[in-house]
Design a protein around this ligand. Sequence first.
Ligand code: PMP
Length: 286
Amino acid sequence: MTRTVYVNGEYLPEDEAKISIFDRGFLFADGVYEVTSVLGGKLIDFDGHAVRLERSLSELGMGHPITKEDLLEVHRELVRLNEIDEGMIYLQITRGAAADRDFAYPPEDTPQTIVLFTQSKPGLANSPMAQKGLKVISIEDQRWGRRDIKTVQLLYPSMGKMMAKAEGCDDAWMVEEGSVTEGTSNNAYIVKGDTIITRQLSNDILHGITRAAVLRFAREAQMKVEERAFTIDEAKDADEAFVTSASTFVMPVVEIDGAPVGTGKPGSVAARLREIYLEESIKKAV
Ligand code: PMP
């Protein structure tokens, strides 16, 4: 089955979808994105992603080329056309294509580019990785200073994943001024005793939609949550570690820089949060 994608108002087979070589997303990484997961053919946390998208656009002085209602409709139509049961929908909006390559932004009436496509991932909710746990390395955080905006400048995170792979690991946790900011594509947590610790919100990290939901569920389940920075040494000494993202939900981390975290096996707090997150989010899926 050929994948059907969405480009600027049209549903097209993927090999017929085109954007300009002058698109600022391509030339300047001048664009924002969202990834929403699909479980049982329904969208998880759609509202949170739509709200963050609007914020990212506003922070970069970009227009809002599509309403939330229309965006929901496009997501649902792509799920239907591509018969997605479990997987993800990727959405990207750029500042569009100017007449030439120019650092200055093009006129405000330049049409923005909107692209959405699906990725089918059968077994996403029952990922074997959740039983196994991730091995991570620590690397210096060399990204720009507005990590709260979900831009498509993903070269450094991509390099981080390759550095992890080169060491036989799954991912990298980035460190700035001695403390962990986040994973290359997820928010990072440790558990010490009965307390879940994760970095506080600021421009240093992406405000994860999964993070917000997981912390809410943790508090509702009377778990203690501390939002503060932590170091790699603290993480190595923790009882558990895990990450959250829209595409992996809650995923245990069992090794950091070659040292086992806790027992070296996925921990019970991460397992419980994964279960609660999946159960509650599926109930509210649209
Ligand atoms: N931090 C970074 C750097 C990310 O790329 C992501 C996922 N895109 C996250 C955190 C997790 O955010 P969310 O839960 O909204 O997917």
